[in-house]
Ligand binder design. Structure first.
Ligand code: GLU
Length: 554
């Protein structure tokens, strides 16, 4: 067979070859050991939290080695593409603090010398690679239609016979077409795709070396997979060969579901006469399936919470999400964090050998816990700015309150902050209103009291009215506290906890109960940050107003 002639017949308009593109996109000038990594989402909707996880890993590896992390849009599947989704990727990754250094930004902007970074703009390059494979007799045109569908005739027959399904061996009808037959098909304008001429025999095995999992043996690929579709667009496998070669990715980090495709990828690189990059297949993020109760991969279809925008909508800071994802990725990150609570995450030396090998369940509680920790370390100004930004988009009422009371709010966020054990109450910015509403009169007034039934109305009112009489804004905390104790004693509450515990019947309660009554009266909450600080911030005038309301409503 004259393969050169065949290649010309199939791709008459393609005049460039692999060599041409290798020259056009020369090796990157990076220091020894620098990793070139990428994240390559398909624009099929929103950005999945799993893509943020991949991006974090890719970016960390590139940054720590002085390399490059870029974004490529894998839009070869037109049917699944969602309008505008490609342009969401970069801003979303940026929002999570994992923005690429190079690649596709939006339809008007791509950064870097190795583009285009959108696969639909690279058709010609894929065709040039395919043409060369055909010209070497390593790929061929296939005119079968619908033959890759699950229920096509030959697959049905394969299932009946209990043999491996797929286009190979005697089932690969177009593999041995003569040049004349192909010419005839082309004359009839029959659409064709290109298939790789697999050279595995189903017995011979190859060993691949995954950076995280080590050596794994697979049968050499023997299926003639489609590499170029009838519309001239590449399939993932071909695009991977071409793009990762020309963009000089030297470490392909991708989901473990791609692991079984490595033999095919190795074959493609070998056929093209190119060195394949290294591979690192990441463990998946799992969730418990509500129906079956079993762990399964988090999916775009069944897990709307995995939409990265959901995390933003709730106001979980991106720092917390990165911390959490890093913990899923690397088994010793948690120890690093415990030993270095204040170090920037960038100081953590990520090592592939410490990567978790099996999938990890996404634990929302744990994320909350981490997030509380992260926010507790923010300065009051930062919390203010973050919540202000957040509420501008998601809670107009809160936004107005924050915006018109800046100093007051910073003081509010500063209560029990900047201490050795800062308060860990805010897990997400959407928690703020529920936690801090009582600092704002209009929100406070809308809520109800929930006093412990042990305390009667008269005692509560008496206590609060006396509190107001003795309250002095100038008092230091110890004076304020001493006054509370005295006030309680006068009303039959024990000022000494030991004494109280020995003889509970003799008292209405202890000084701790006094504090809870004042707390409930002034905040309508059982748990709050430091009551002394709250009172100072509210001012005596507002305390008086709240006690007046209490007098009217009890
Ligand atoms: N578009 C592929 C995916 O979303 C990318 C896989 C890869 O990183 O190579 O699964």
């Amino acid at each position: 067979m004259d393969y050169k002639k065949l290649a010309e017949m199939l791709f008459p308009n393609i005049d460039k070859n692999i060599e041409y593109y290798l020259n056009k996109y020369p090796k990157r000038e990076l220091k020894e050991g620098a990793l070139v990594t990428r994240v390559a989402p398909s624009p099929t909707g929103w950005l999945h939290i799993g893509t943020v996880y991949q991006a974090l890993l890719n970016k960390t590896l590139a940054e720590q080695s002085g390399g490059i992390f870029y974004l490529r849009i894998e839009d070869t599947d037109e049917k699944r593409e969602v309008q505008g989704a490609a342009d969401i990727m970069y801003p979303c990754l940026k929002e999570f603090g994992v923005e690429p250094m190079e690649g596709y930004v939006n339809s008007d902007l791509q950064i870097g010398e190795y583009g285009p970074y959108k696969q639909s703009e690279r058709k010609e390059i894929y065709q040039a690679f395919c043409k060369e494979l055909v010209s070497k007799g390593l790929a061929y045109p296939c005119f079968c239609s619908g033959d890759d569908e699950e229920d096509c005739d030959y697959r049905k027959e394969q299932k009946r016979l209990g043999v491996q399904t797929g286009y190979y061996g005697i089932w690969a009808k177009c593999r041995n077409l003569s040049l004349e037959e192909i010419e005839e098909n082309l004359k009839q304008k029959k659409p064709f795709k290109i298939r790789i001429k697999a050279d595995g025999d189903g017995i011979e095995r190859i060993v691949i070396d995954d950076e995280a999992r080590g050596k794994i043996s697979f049968p050499k690929n023997f299926i003639d997979y489609v590499i170029l579709k009838e519309d001239g667009q590449a399939l993932y496998h071909m695009a991977h060969l071409v793009d990762d070669t020309l963009m000089h990715t030297n470490l392909v980090v991708r989901d473990e579901s791609w692991l079984p495709s490595v033999p095919l990828h190795k074959q493609l690189f070998e056929f093209a006469g190119l060195n394949s990059p290294k591979y690192l297949h990441t463990p998946q993020i799992l969730t418990i399936d509500e129906k079956t109760g079993n762990a399964r991969k988090v999916s775009k279809r069944y897990d709307p919470w995995a939409d990265s925008r959901e995390f933003i909508k709730q106001g979980i800071p991106s720092d917390a999400i990165r911390e959490y994802l890093m913990m899923l990725l690397n088994s010793n990150f948690e120890t690093f964090r415990l030993n270095n609570p204040d170090l920037d995450m960038k100081e953590y030396k990520f090592s592939i050998s410490n990567m978790n090998k099996s999938g990890a369940q996404f634990d929302h509680e744990k994320l909350n816990f981490i997030s509380k920790n992260v926010i507790s370390k923010f300065s009051a100004e930062k919390v203010y700015n973050e919540v202000l930004n957040y509420s501008k988009e998601y809670d107009k009422e809160l936004y107005e309150l924050l915006n018109s009371n800046k100093d007051y709010c910073i003081k509010m966020f500063n209560i029990e902050r900047n201490t050795i054990k800062p308060r860990k109450d805010i897990a997400k910015f959407s928690d703020v209103k529920g936690l801090y509403y009582y600092f704002f009169n209009e929100l406070f007034d809308k809520n109800c009291y929930d006093f412990d039934e042990r305390f009667n109305k008269e005692d509560i009112l008496m206590l609060l009215n006396r509190y107001l009489e003795t309250y002095n804004e100038e008092d230091e905390k110890d004076v304020w506290f001493a006054k509370i104790k005295v006030l309680g004693e006068d009303l039959g509450f024990a000022s000494d906890m030991k004494v109280y515990k020995q003889n509970k019947e003799a008292y209405k309660g202890s000084y701790a109960d006094i504090a809870s009554i004042i707390r409930m009266s002034l905040t309508k909450e059982k748990n709050t940050p430091d009551l002394y600080e709250i009172c100072k911030l509210l001012t005596k005038k507002e305390i008086a107003r709240r006690i007046e309301i209490l007098n009217k409503s009890l």
